[in-house]
Design a protein around this ligand. Sequence first.
Ligand SMILES: Nc1ncnc2c1ncn2[C@@H]1O[C@H](COP(=O)(O)OP(=O)(O)O)[C@@H](O)[C@H]1O
Ligand SMILES: [Mg+2]
Length: 327
Amino acid sequence: MANILLTLAEEVGKTTGTHFAVRYAVDENDCFDFAAGLKALGHNVFFVNWRDLDLENEPDPKKVQFSRMFDYQNSCFVKPLALSDFALVFVYKMEGFYFDLPRFFAMVSTFEKNIPVVVNDPVTIRHNIDKSYLFQLLDRGVSVGHPYTVEEAVKQRLKQNLPCVIKPLFGERGNKVLLAKSVDDLKEIEGGESEFIAQEYMPEIRDGEKSLAYLGFDFQHAVVKRPNAQNSDEFRCNESLGGTVAIYEPTAEELEYCQDLLKVYESFGCPIHFSRVDFVTTSGGPKLVEVELLNPSVYANYSNKGQQFGASIAKYFDSLIRVKEKV
Ligand SMILES: Nc1ncnc2c1ncn2[C@@H]1O[C@H](COP(=O)(O)OP(=O)(O)O)[C@@H](O)[C@H]1O
Ligand SMILES: [Mg+2]
């Protein structure tokens, strides 16, 4: 039996003494199934809001603590346990962390110093947070929507009026992701070009982006996400932008593609644990939009797999703890 910590994006005003409210109902409610699965294996689960970690006031990383902690088993707030009391921390959701990356990295490092198992692996988190990994995958022969620096995209695509998607190197939920059809469309990011990556625009996105969820190298379930059908200019599938989600059954080719891709990613020195691979289907087969190895939303409840996936992730975490204990 172990203590397990989960970071959640808290809907602060809605939390009560007996309920820890989460912000993103669609994806984040899965956390209650994760917790139920872990509890069923005999583990104690605690929820925290990443804002409550005392990083600013406690200089000694070994002494940093959360100021609030919710005990899932007993549905109440408790005197926070020390980080060193935990066997595993799941870096799951952190509201606004892309706007405060130094603090996010400080939190991950603090976890690493105090808690034996951090999921996803900190090495993978630090690598995957920067969409430059698309260049590395391309170099290794993986089928990816062709990435460019913004400068190269101007020369090789936009001057010929070939459309590109421009996205922040560090970003999520479709924030600041734009479609550029000509050089003029880059005005929006003028001066900040180095903070963005360009990718060939893949028109197949209108048929949807397939998202396959993995634990380790084992496929779990899949969804297909489609952009808002009411708005023909909207190409982003993110649910926060009106995108829709439906259950999807991947083909053998797609399963092989995703597994190969994860193996290549692992070869960068990045352990693979909890992942989601997002791709479109082109006439030449799957092509990557992004691979989310930091803290993917995997739409388990959406896929009617809430409980099942909760049990699977619990078993997976349990095995990670056992492996660590043996070392
Ligand atoms: N190269 C592309 N071609 C077509 N659509 C894209 C491309 N890149 C991103 N998109 C669309 O924009 C959305 C957000 O981009 P994504 O790379 O997934 O970044 P984020 O991390 O913000 O989700 C995707 O879900 C997809 O709908
Ligand atoms: Mg995405």
